[in-house]
Design a protein around this ligand. Sequence first.
Ligand SMILES: O=C(O)[C@H](O)COP(=O)(O)O
Length: 258
Amino acid sequence: MSKYKLFLLRHGEGAWNKENRFCSWVDQKLSEDGVKEAQDCGKLLKEQGYKFDLVFTSILSRSIQTAWLVLEAMGQEWVPVVKSWRLNERHYGALIGLNRAEMALQHGEEKVKLWRRSYDITPPLIDESHPYYLEIYNDRRYTTCDVPKENLPRAESLKEVLDRLLPYWNSTVVPEIQKGKTVLISAHGNSCRALLKHLEGISDEEIAKVTLPTGIPVLLELDGNLKPVKPRQLLGDQAKIQAAIKKVEDQGKAKQAT
Ligand SMILES: O=C(O)[C@H](O)COP(=O)(O)O
């Protein structure tokens, strides 16, 4: 029997989603379309009568901005928002800033697919020579984490995302859900995929086939042990959702950047 409702949300389209660049820990804001996606998401959740008690976000602006826009559209701005780096997007290491389609041209589509969707392949590590290294590691927000800055990741596989996310999920999110709170997690494509893998018991192979579109709420109905009692529901127009998933998958197809 369904006891709890949990909502996962990949933030609305970011500026670098549009440019097809790996964004990851670079703090890009939402694009104009991304703002609209977040607002539409909030309107839809309001129409369907959902009410949140608590929202969790990463410490990247695009997930926080998405949460604010959703809450504003729902008229629930007062709902507490709690932030942690443990919900951040997967750290794409040296791939950060690069164009996916160009990478596919250079390294082949299969390699890019492995980097993007495999469970345990870690992309090449970022180092000091990378153009975004200082922007990321000199950012004040990373002095507020529950691990010293030197121990923050330099690149992550999906497995490594789950390894850093799970302690936070278990210690901080689960108790709130078990108190009966309806929780929204406004995070990222890969932090949401990692959590879905854990909750739905998806195999290492099958998780490669799971892609989340931006700005579409995913509803999970859970039993008392937080096991899903039915398949996840992506809320909204199903044809549009399928087209949006395909668009994300096609980002890894080889073509010259325009
Ligand atoms: O980090 C990013 O750029 C994306 O939000 C996730 O990228 P992906 O779809 O290539 O995993």
